[in-house]
Design a binder for this molecule. Structure first.
Ligand SMILES: Cc1cc2nc3c(=O)[nH]c(=O)nc-3n(C[C@H](O)[C@H](O)[C@H](O)COP(=O)(O)O)c2cc1C
Length: 337
C-alpha cells in the first residue's frame, strides 16, 4: 500500500481505491473488486496484520467497493463492518454468513486514534446506501468526486450541501487521485438552473408538430426549447430532459407504437432526476393512439409527474382541437407556475 498521509495508506486496483487508517486502531475503508482480492489482502497484510484490524467501513456496497470484503473477513472474522442502514442490508445480501456489524447512523461520530470519525449519508451516490466518512481532516468520499460516476443532480446537490458542513482538508475518493483543499470546487458549482420547459415531439405528417407549435405559444411567459426528435441526437435529448423544469412531449403513433427513437431517448434519461417532473403529453393518432398511451404509461412507471390525460387529436387538427389544446397547455403552464 502507498502511504499518502501520516497514518493513511491507499491501495489501487482496477481503477478503484481502498484505504487503510493505521494507528492504535487500524481501520480499513472500502475495498476493490473481488478479482483483486489476493493482491489486496497481501498488500494490506504487509502494512498491518489482519489480526490488528478492528473495523472496515464500507461507504457504499457496490461490488467495486465491497468485492474484497469476503476475503477480509476470511482473514479475520472478528473485524467489525461499519455501514449505513441500507449498506448493512445490502452487505448481508452480498456476503454469505453473518459478520460483526456496527450501524453507522447518519451523523454518527466515534473516536479513532485520538481524532473524530464521522459518517454522513449521501444517498444515491451511487446507491441508496452511500455515505462518506470523515476521519480527522480526511474525507473518504467513495463514488462521490471519483471523477467517473454520474449522479442525478438532485442528489448531488443534497450531498454537496451535507459535505459543506464537514470540516475536512483532503478528499480521498474511491477512484482517482486525492484532492487538496480546493479540489472539488468545480463539483460544488455543478448546479444547473432548471428554468426551461422542454418540448420534444415526433411527427411524420406534421400534425403533432403543429400541436407542439400551438403548445409553445400557449405557455405564457415560460421559457421553452423545442425539438423534433428527428433533429436531435438521443444523448443530447436525454440530457435536456434530465435538466429541464418540465417536459412537454408530443407523440404520434405509427404501426401501433411510438417511434423507436423516442423510446431510446427516454431509456437514456436518469430516473432520479426526473422523479415527479411535470410532464404534459399530446399527439395525433389515426385510431388507437397506442404510442401516446404506451409512453404515458412508461413515464408514469418512471414516476414522472404526468399531467392529466394526454391530449389526443384524430389525424388533422380541427379548430375545436386547436382551441382545446391551447387551453390544455395554458392550464399546464398554470400548474407548473
Ligand atoms: C405507416 C403508418 C402507420 C400508422 N399506424 C397507426 C397506428 O398503429 N395507430 C394509430 O392510431 N395511428 C396510426 N397511424 C396514423 C398516424 O398516427 C396519423 O397519421 C397521425 O396523424 C400522424 O401524426 P403526425 O402527422 O404528427 O406524424 C399510422 C400512420 C402511418 C403513416
Amino acid at each position: 500500500m502507498e502511504k499518502i498521509f501520516e497514518g493513511i495508506y491507499r491501495f489501487t486496483a482496477g481503477g478503484d481505491n481502498a484505504y487503510l487508517i493505521k494507528g492504535e486502531t487500524n481501520v480499513l475503508i472500502d475495498g476493490v473488486r473481488e478479482e483483486y482480492a489476493e493482491e489486496y489482502i497481501s498488500a494490506v497484510a504487509k502494512t498491518a496484520p489482519f489480526s490488528d484490524i478492528k473495523y472496515i467501513v464500507i461507504n457504499h456496497s457496490e461490488p467495486n467497493r465491497s468485492g474484497t470484503l469476503r476475503a477480509v473477513l476470511r482473514e479475520n472474522p472478528d473485524i467489525t463492518v461499519i455501514a449505513s442502514t441500507a449498506g448493512l442490508k445490502f452487505l448481508s445480501d452480498l456476503i454469505d454468513g453473518g459478520f460483526h456489524s456496527m450501524l453507522a447512523k447518519d451523523g454518527m461520530e466515534m473516536e479513532i486514534n485520538g481524532g473524530k470519525m464521522k459518517f454522513t449519508y449521501v444517498p444515491y451516490m451511487n446507491w441508496p446506501d452511500s455515505m462518506v466518512t470523515l476521519y480527522k481532516n480526511a474525507l473518504f468520499t467513495c463514488d462521490l468526486f471519483d471523477g467517473e460516476s454520474e449522479f442525478s443532480e438532485k442528489y448531488i446537490d443534497a450531498a454537496v450541501e451535507e459535505i459543506k458542513k464537514l470540516d475536512y482538508k483532503h478528499i480521498l475518493p474511491g477512484s482517482g487521485d486525492f484532492f487538496g483543499e480546493h479540489g472539488p470546487t468545480a463539483v460544488f458549482s455543478v448546479k444547473n438552473k432548471r428554468d426551461t420547459a422542454l418540448i420534444l415531439y415526433s411527427s411524420v405528417y406534421g400534425t403533432t408538430r403543429e400541436m407542439a407549435e400551438i403548445v409553445e405559444k400557449s405557455l405564457g411567459g415560460i421559457k421553452t426549447e423545442m425539438y423534433d426528435i428527428a433533429d436531435i441526437d438521443e444523448i443530447t435529448a436525454a440530457e435536456k430532459i434530465n435538466k429541464c423544469r418540465a417536459l412537454i412531449l408530443g407523440v404520434n403513433t405509427i404501426n401501433g407504437d411510438a417511434p423507436k427513437k423516442l423510446w431510446s431517448i427516454i431509456g437514456r434519461t436518469d430516473k432520479q432526476s426526473n422523479k415527479g417532473k411535470p410532464c404534459m403529453m399530446f399527439g395525433s393518432r389515426g385510431w388507437g393512439g397506442e404510442g401516446l398511451y404506451y409512453i404515458e404509461h412508461h413515464l408514469k412507471m418512471l414516476r414522472y409527474g404526468v399531467y392529466k390525460k394526454p391530449f389526443a387529436a384524430s389525424l388533422r387538427l380541427k379548430d375545436a382541437d386547436r382551441a382545446a389544446l391551447k387551453k390544455f397547455a395554458a392550464e399546464f403552464a398554470e400548474h407548473i407556475g
